[in-house]
Design a protein around this ligand. Sequence first.
Ligand SMILES: [Cu+2]
Length: 158
Amino acid sequence: MVLANAVIDMTSGTAVLYVAFPKSQLLQFESMTSRFLSPLIAVALFALGACGGERASSASAPTGVDLEVRAIDGIVWNANDYAATATDGALTIFGANDSSLPHNLHVLDKDGKDVGKALDLASPGSSGTLQVTVAPGEYRIVCLIPGHTNMDSKLVVS
Ligand SMILES: [Cu+2]
């Protein structure tokens, strides 16, 4: 492939190099450049968008809940240790999904069994309230979606 036509002009006694790019090859070069750059620009714009836009606004907990648990980015809960006081054996837990992935919220006893229904936090920005009946003691708050084993926090109920 010839990228340029070089002509050496010796008429004036000094060598002058004329370099001419055929127009078709210039256009080809331009289209190669834009084909290479546009995915980069797309990636950059996507990265900018991912930083701010997609995040659903986080709902605030209603009054009267005993415990607030939030799924945050990084596939983790917003705390490693939670503590709550049950009223007449009942605990009202507010769960919110402040991340960009689906989650669910299970409260497990020391045998790994659910103490109540799970809270589905499937879509980013979703939230809900879960009521469980628990005796004072240690529990775990987990998300059982495959790959979310880091979402395993301790809950101490008094
Ligand atoms: Cu999860």
